[in-house]
Design a protein around this ligand. Structure first.
Ligand SMILES: [Ca+2]
Ligand SMILES: [Ca+2]
Ligand SMILES: [Ca+2]
Length: 398
């Protein structure tokens, strides 16, 4: 039985093949189709991966050999011809020489020069274009299946393409960036947004979507930063230029969050609020027998809030008063197990402050308060994990 003929045998045999070897239409279909054998040939082709903008072309040459002899054409059918079958679609074909459909004769060899080009508006990515040459009306493949891999750049390019910052938790920094729209892109409404990773894009100027045109470059100011209470570490996210739900380009952002500052937050306190100087009588034994001495049993300390600091968010269980040496004195615990502390706007500025009470006897017993003390320090831990520290003068009376 006759196999598929090669180019050289076609030239030798010519069109006038011997009639004694005419195959049946069924045999012919089986032989010509043989896709496994035919496609295997294309594996040997060097695969180039050109990077093409829409409109730029890559040339592919495919030689098709029309088998001979062929069964008679069905009456009334179209003439014998070759056409292209393109995956993912004909819109990837820029031009074909000779034009298709190309009328052919049995045994004819046709070499096609095909220019492949990404269609206008193609998004960035790697595309594999497959081209088959089909013999009509038999609908059979008559050339090795050709594949070409094409890399299409993103239609929106970020400048810089990525950036790295080091920021403390809760801080942010504006970043000026440019987005260049490819000249082969389509016009559209573009929005910058986080599309992968941590959503730390706090604002974009101009905000919302803006109309973009091919070949233009647009300036943005983005503010990025880690939220409050972010632990130390390295965090990544992508900011994407999104048009009509499609990603046109992306910028990779890496933010390193520093270890929390070890220096404590300075806070304002007032020992014995309303009194000045802050006289403390060491000789008065307040704790035991009540009476007048009781008013001196505990020492009240006000901790003031500011616009940046909410005294009510300090962990009362961590609050101490003392000399910053060894253990300082904690807030008095009431009989019901709660701390003797209250929220109160001590200085009348509209911001709620805290008033903590400390045992004078414990202060003395700890060595936090002695006859040489001139000040006492209040320390504690704020809600964000930072240490706080405040200091006020005292006047010790023996
Ligand atoms: Ca005072
Ligand atoms: Ca101490
Ligand atoms: Ca206040």
């Amino acid at each position: 039985m006759r196999r598929i003929v090669t180019a050289s045998t076609v030239l030798l045999l010519g069109i006038g093949a011997c009639s004694d070897t005419l195959t049946s239409p069924t045999d012919l279909q089986e032989e010509i189709a043989a896709p496994a054998a035919v496609r295997a040939n294309s594996n040997g082709d060097p695969i180039s991966e050109p990077t093409l903008q829409p409109g730029e072309t890559e040339t592919v040459t495919i030689t098709a050999i029309v088998p001979s002899p062929l069964p008679p054409l069905p009456p009334g059918s179209d003439p014998l011809s070759l056409r292209l079958s393109v995956s993912p679609g004909d819109n990837w074909i820029h031009s074909v020489v000779p034009e298709v459909p190309k009328n052919v004769d049995a045994g004819e060899t046709v070499s096609f020069t095909i220019k492949v080009s990404p269609p206008v508006g193609t998004l960035g990515g790697t595309y594999q274009i497959g081209i088959a040459i089909i013999l009509e009306p038999f609908q059979t493949q008559v050339a090795p299946y050709k594949t070409v891999t094409i890399v299409v750049p993103d239609p929106a390019q970020f400048d810089p393409p990525d950036f790295t910052k080091t920021l403390p938790a809760g801080e942010n920094e504006p970043q000026n960036i440019k987005v260049e729209i490819s000249s082969s892109a389509l016009p559209g409404d573009l929005t910058l947004q986080v599309c992968a990773g941590y959503d730390w894009l706090q604002s974009v100027d101009p905000e919302g979507s803006i109309s973009v045109m091919p070949g233009q470059t647009y300036d943005f100011t983005m503010v990025v930063g880690p939220p409050d209470n972010t632990g130390a570490g390295t965090y990544d996210f992508d900011i994407c230029a999104v048009v009509a739900g499609s990603v046109w380009g992306r910028q990779h952002v890496t933010i390193t969050v520093e270890e929390a500052s070890t220096s404590p937050l300075d806070v304002a306190i007032d020992i014995k609020p309303g009194s000045d100087p802050n006289s403390i009588n060491l000789g008065s034994k307040g704790n035991g027998n009540g009476k007048a001495a009781n008013s001196n049993a505990n020492i009240a300390v006000a901790l003031f809030s500011t616009d940046d600091f909410d005294a009510t968010l300090v962990d009362v269980s961590t609050v101490t008063l003392g000399d910053l040496t060894e253990d300082d004195t904690p807030v008095v615990v009431k009989r019901n197990g709660t701390f003797q502390a209250s929220e109160e706007d001590v200085n009348g500025d509209g911001l709620m402050d805290m008033v903590f009470h400390f045992s004078r006897a414990t202060l003395i017993g700890n060595g936090d308060l002695t006859d040489t003390s001139v000040s006492l320090h209040l320390t504690g831990i704020y809600v964000d994990g930072r240490d706080i520290e405040g200091v006020d003068d005292v006047r010790v009376i023996n």
